[in-house]
Design a binder for this molecule. Structure first.
Ligand SMILES: [Zn+2]
Length: 345
């Protein structure tokens, strides 16, 4: 499914022809289900497709029967507002942790943001969906990682699904059909998203203008089946910014005092792929800034950059050969600033 014009979210839906074709068929016949379950692994285009579909449903040209395209025209006001995330009839729900990771939420709070989607969020969504659409012909809701809903939240969602307004389309993004309660799953049309093939992945990464070296690294890392989060500017477009943010934090901590660095190691968590992605992003940031300065050392920095780069790449190798995530992080954060360590002894 190719769309002309400026690169946008839905132009990155590549390699999911079957899912896209069935959505297009349902739209043309005006028989789209009120509940949709987008099932598949991370990074293969489920959210991109959901946002594309939202555009198709909220496109101003949808009033013209022959102009129906699954992802909209991409040029009208409705389409552009979906792309920029400002359409009043598109509601996207995600956990606080996900919102913070995308740079959408409040990072300053001391408490760790919850990885659960709570009942309040679902109730609020239910209320919004009860109202008539503001300007589009539909209300579209996307629940990112719907399996993060706790049981109360899922039961609240069930009420929404049991009596959907005629204009409502609810898209649940999940890793597997059984990731939500069977009562929810049975009320949704299920669409399977497959792992990306090598050519599809290459096409997406090319469109994201990822340099060749990064493509190779990504393939080695992800087994060529999905777009690595760190490079994905399409699927939940702010994810890479969040990754960069955490990578920046990691780099900054390499020169700080030991207690601080150990806290950072802990804050980065234990998720191997996530930590690996952050380290990769840190490596790229550091390498880029070194390249930009043409080898000259940064002013007044305590950080030995060459050593730090080595440390980052070693840490990534260790993670890949199954080193314990926290140990690898602690080794990385401590080894990078031996002078600080010595002072502490
Ligand atoms: Zn449009």
């Amino acid at each position: 499914m190719e769309l002309s014009g400026t690169p946008n979210v839905s132009s990155l839906v590549i390699g999911q022809d079957r899912a896209v074709a069935s959505l297009a068929g349902a739209l043309k016949a005006d028989r789209l289900a009120h509940g949709l379950l987008f099932v598949g692994p991370d990074g293969v285009g489920r959210e991109r497709t959901a946002r594309g579909l939202a555009r198709g449903l909220l496109c101003d040209l949808r009033a013209t029967p022959n102009e129906v395209t699954p992802f909209g025209c991409g040029a009208c006001r409705g389409c552009r507002r979906v792309d920029s995330g400002s359409h009043p009839d598109l509601h996207v729900v995600m956990s606080d942790a996900e919102a913070v990771a995308r740079g959408l939420g409040d990072k300053d709070g001391k408490a760790r943001p919850s990885a659960e989607i709570k009942i309040d969020a679902v109730r609020e969504l239910g209320l919004r969906l009860l109202r008539r659409p503001y300007e589009g012909r539909a209300s579209v809701a996307i629940i990112v990682d719907a399996h993060r809903m706790n049981e109360k939240a899922q039961n609240a969602l069930l009420k929404v699904l049991e009596e959907p307004a005629a204009t409502t389309v609810l898209i649940l993004i999940v890793p597997g059909a059984r990731a939500v309660l069977p009562t929810i799953g049975s009320r949704c049309l299920r669409l399977a998203f497959s792992p990306l093939t090598e050519p599809s992945l290459a096409a997406i990464l090319r469109r994201l203008q990822v340099p060749d070296a990064d493509v190779r690294a990504a393939r080695a890392r992800e087994g060529a089946c999905s777009v690595p989060a760190v490079m994905d500017d399409g699927d939940g477009s702010l994810r890479p910014a969040a990754e960069r943010l955490r990578a920046g934090l990691l780099l900054k901590q390499l020169g700080r005092d030991l207690g601080e660095r150990l806290r950072v190691a802990e804050a980065l968590g234990k998720d191997r792929l996530e930590v690996e992605a952050v380290i990769l992003a840190a490596e790229r940031m550091l390498a880029n800034s070194m390249r930009a300065r043409g080898g000259a050392p940064p002013e007044g920095a305590e950080l030995d950059e060459v050593k730090a780069l080595d440390g980052l790449s070693q840490a990534r190798q260790d993670l890949r050969s199954n080193g314990a995530v926290q140990l690898v992080l602690e080794r990385l954060l401590c080894a990078a600033a031996p002078s600080v360590l010595e002072q502490r002894r």
